[in-house]
Write a protein that binds this ligand. Structure first.
Ligand SMILES: CC(C)(COP(=O)(O)OP(=O)(O)OC[C@H]1O[C@@H](n2cnc3c(N)ncnc32)[C@H](O)[C@@H]1OP(=O)(O)O)[C@@H](O)C(=O)NCCC(=O)NCCS
Length: 145
C-alpha cells in the first residue's frame, strides 16, 4: 500500500467509497472542492499500482487542524490503512504549524473511536444530535501534535 495526495483522478473512486462508508455521503463535487481547498490536505491510500483503498483529509487553521474525513474500503479494513493515513495527516498538520488536531465522531462508531484512541485522541466535548441518518451525538476529540 502506498500513500500520496488525493488527486483529481481519484475523486470518482473516492465518491464510490464514500457512498459505501457513510449514510450521508459527500458528492464528487464536494470531495473535489475539499481536495482543492487552500487550507485542506487530502491523502489517498492505494494498493501498489491499483485500487483506491482509502482516503482522509484535514483542514489547518493556524494552530489547529481538523480531521474532515477518513475512510477505508470495507474489504481493506483492519490492515493498517486508517492508521497510516491518520499518522501522515497528523505529521503534515504539524509541518503546517498546527499544535493540535480536532475531530467529530459518532458516539457509536467503535472502529473510528478505536483508531483515534490509538493515536492519542481523547474526548473533549459532545454535540447533541449532531449526525443524521440515524440521529446520533458526536463526540469531539482532540490530540496534541
Ligand atoms: C475507522 C476506519 C477509517 C478505520 O480504518 P482501518 O483501515 O480499518 O483502521 P486500521 O486497520 O488502521 O486500524 C488502526 C486501529 O484502529 C482501531 N480499530 C480499527 N478498527 C476497529 C474496530 N472495528 N473496532 C475497534 N477498534 C478498531 C484499532 O485500534 C486498530 O489498531 P489494531 O489493528 O492494531 O488493533 C474504518 O473502519 C472506516 O472506514 N470506517 C467507516 C468510515 C468512518 O466511520 N470513518 C470515520 C468517520 S469519524
Amino acid at each position: 500500500m502506498t500513500l500520496r495526495l488525493l488527486m483529481p483522478q481519484d475523486i470518482p473512486a473516492a465518491a464510490k467509497l464514500e457512498r459505501l462508508c457513510f449514510s450521508v455521503p459527500w458528492s464528487e463535487e464536494t470531495l473535489a472542492a475539499e481536495a482543492a481547498h487552500p487550507f485542506a490536505l487530502c491523502v489517498a491510500a492505494r494498493e501498489d499500482g491499483g485500487a483506491l483503498v482509502g482516503y482522509g483529509g484535514i483542514r489547518v487553521f493556524f494552530d489547529t487542524a481538523e480531521l474532515t474525513t477518513i475512510a477505508t474500503a470495507p474489504d481493506y479494513r483492519r490492515l493498517g490503512a486508517g492508521e497510516a493515513m491518520l499518522r501522515e495527516l497528523m505529521l503534515q498538520a504539524a509541518r503546517r504549524g498546527a499544535a493540535r488536531m480536532v475531530l467529530e465522531v459518532r458516539e457509536g462508531n467503535e472502529a473510528a473511536r478505536g483508531l483515534y484512541a490509538k493515536l492519542g485522541f481523547s474526548a473533549i466535548g459532545r454535540r447533541k444530535g449532531y449526525y443524521r441518518k440515524p440521529t446520533e451525538d458526536a463526540l469531539v476529540m482532540e490530540a496534541t501534535l
